[in-house]
Design a protein around this ligand. Structure first.
Ligand code: Z5A
Length: 211
């Protein structure tokens, strides 16, 4: 069996936290060893970088600095956790990964895809998720859901135009890579969202059963 690398993506208020728990449960119920992690973060150093990135007090971080911090955390994560875990036949479920960089730093901040791809190639050496679930919903709806939170972080404080560009970038990736990236319509009820996720998961879990 080859361990799978699964990522979960989405904009503001898309319901990632809720869906992640469901995906974790489904994979573990199938008797598969699973490591759940997140980006930016997932390692001691990565979590420290995350604190810098999310802190609203760091209003002076340059876009380039932000991009490189994302990849610095990712380099640590890949070498310390993701690759070593996958070789032990344990699946990895990661809350956000490089698609978020193309969406937030690319679409949102306006950094070119070519520049991001250079860093991706250097840091990942071709490693990509086997499956990405993209929770998609209209920006306004996501903001309404996320609005219930107490204190927004540096990214959650961005304006609607930023969020629209971020959403378009995610959808562009999904249309370019439909085999890997599955769009989940997360504007629907939670019950419906979870059943869309189950439909996609069943496919990858059946592959394992029959392989
Ligand atoms: N970032 C980046 O810029 N570049 C990168 O390369 C990477 C990350 C890797 C931290 O990520 C930030 O890092 C992120 C992008 C940036 N910035 N933002 N924003 P994070 O993933 O840790 O943060 P997050 O996006 O805020 O994720 P989250 O906490 O998982 O939030 P969520 O997706 O909004 O999910 P939620 O808390 O589960 O749901 C929000 C609310 O909606 C909650 O009250 C739910 O009960 C409700 N909900 C969920 N689903 C439904 C449905 N279907 N119906 C009705 N209500 C629902």
């Amino acid at each position: 069996m080859t361990a799978k690398f699964i990522t979960l993506e989405g904009g503001e208020g898309a319901g990632k936290t809720t869906c992640l728990k469901h995906i974790e449960k489904r994979i573990k119920e199938a008797g598969i060893d699973l490591c759940v992690t997140r980006e930016p973060g997932g390692t001691r150093t990565g979590e420290k970088i995350r604190e810098i990135l999310l802190d609203r007090g760091n209003f002076d971080i340059l876009d380039e600095t932000e991009l490189m911090l994302m990849f610095a955390a990712r380099a640590q994560h890949l070498n310390e956790l993701i690759r070593p875990t996958l070789v032990t036949d344990t699946w990895v479920l990661c809350d956000r990964f490089t698609d978020a960089t193309y969406a937030y730093q690319g679409g949102g901040r306006g950094i070119s895809s070519e520049r991001i791809a250079e860093l991706e190639q250097w840091v990942q050496q071709g490693l990509k998720p086997d499956l990405t679930l993209l929770l998609d919903l209209p920006v306004e709806m996501g903001l309404k859901r996320a609005g219930q939170r107490s204190s927004p972080d540096r990214f959650e404080s961005e304006n609607i135009a930023f969020m629209e560009r971020m959403r378009s970038s995610y959808l562009e990736i999904a249309s370019r890579e439909p085999e890997r990236v599955k769009i989940i319509d997360s504007s629907l009820t939670l019950e419906n969202v979870l059943s869309q996720i189950d439909f996609v998961l069943n496919e990858i879990l059946n592959e394992v059963d029959s392989g």
